[in-house]
Design a protein around this ligand. Sequence first.
Ligand code: HEM
Ligand SMILES: *[C@@H]1O[C@H](CO)[C@@H](O)[C@H](O)[C@H]1NC(C)=O
Ligand SMILES: *[C@@H]1O[C@H](CO)[C@@H](O)[C@H](O)[C@H]1NC(C)=O
Ligand SMILES: *[C@@H]1O[C@H](CO)[C@@H](O)[C@H](O)[C@H]1NC(C)=O
Length: 333
Amino acid sequence: MAPAAPASATKCSSGIVISVLLPLALLMAAAGTSSAQLSTGFYSSSCPGVYDAVKSVVQSAVASEQRMGASIVRLFFHDCFVQGCDASLLLDDTPSFQGEKMANPNNGSVRGFEVIDAVKSAVEKVCPGVVSCADILAIAARDSVVILGGPTWDVKVGRRDSTTASFSGANNNIPPPTSGLANLTSLFAAQGLSQKDMVALSGAHTIGQARCTNFRAHVYNDTNIDGSFARTRQSGCPRSSGSSGDNNLAPLDLQTPTVFENNYYKNLVCKKGLLHSDQELFNGGATDALVQSYASGQSEFFSDFVTGMVKMGDITPLTGSGGQIRKNCRRVN
Ligand code: HEM
Ligand SMILES: *[C@@H]1O[C@H](CO)[C@@H](O)[C@H](O)[C@H]1NC(C)=O
Ligand SMILES: *[C@@H]1O[C@H](CO)[C@@H](O)[C@H](O)[C@H]1NC(C)=O
Ligand SMILES: *[C@@H]1O[C@H](CO)[C@@H](O)[C@H](O)[C@H]1NC(C)=O
């Protein structure tokens, strides 16, 4: 059971008048909609054992370190936003190949590759050469959410793995934590995801950790932040950058960073979002009403989060004879 939220986290939500209508229409980019060939039954005869194999490895990884569930969910997001969900993120750099791992949003930050390797090994034992690394990531992300207490869903599969990666795509497509609402919205729209999808998917920040370098400016310089929360986070994050404190961690959800629930939105309503980009979702703009709604209705959040994850998983997959089924997720065959 999750511990009860401190009283201060619920009191602050009173007195907020919902006066902003949900945005009815959003310009949607045409990109990222080729999902016709993914299906939930893709491995039902070729590898029915894939689900148990993935789950058991993810389960033990999360049991030994709960944060790993969050790290795996983030890997899926950072994969899908760069040339689609094709496991491009998993490719290691070589002297002749620049992958995505050293790009700004990923360098020193994304983690969990060893767990994905272990999942891949387990899956290869059950059905060698059948299941893509891209699908393994999609299934492992779902399992991570479920293990930490979140909703479940049927994962569409049938993706194949890329033979390429994009360092510049990782730098340009994945939103930085300095982003404002308009930029967040447009970076998601560029992937065919709506503003509502963006707000719901951001709820993944109810689990996991962030480094001081990513929240320093918000806790020292922004004004749309609860004062006592800001001081608490300042104490673990030295003001000057370049110091050893850059990598100090703080939980994205101050109460329960290993439990997947709607606390993220409750925090935003209380001005206790850790990242500048988090608080942008509740800062007097068009998404305030939706944040308020998720803060008071966990089932609505869960339902929209699942919709968002399925849509994100549909971003330009390689299917049919495109790409390959990698033997090792870290390199092309
Ligand atoms: C809306 C735009 C988003 C921005 C600007 C953003 C930014 C960030 C940043 C800066 C961190 C901390 C990284 C670090 O300090 O090392 C982080 C962590 C995380 N993000 Fe996001 N993110 C966004 C959306 C998402 C989405 C859509 C998901 C998944 C559906 C996600 C899942 C996570 C998770 C689970 C963590 C914690 C990872 C861990 O503890 O290893 N984020 N994000
Ligand atoms: C990745 O991070 C390391 C350690 O901070 C740094 O030395 C390196 O220059 C970074 N790489 C890129 C490509 O930015
Ligand atoms: C936001 O978008 C504007 C206009 O496209 C751009 O100039 C700016 O650099 C972006 N800022 C961030 C933090 O992405
Ligand atoms: C806060 O803002 C000032 C003025 O823009 C800047 O010089 C300073 O580096 C910022 N501090 C942090 C911790 O971001």
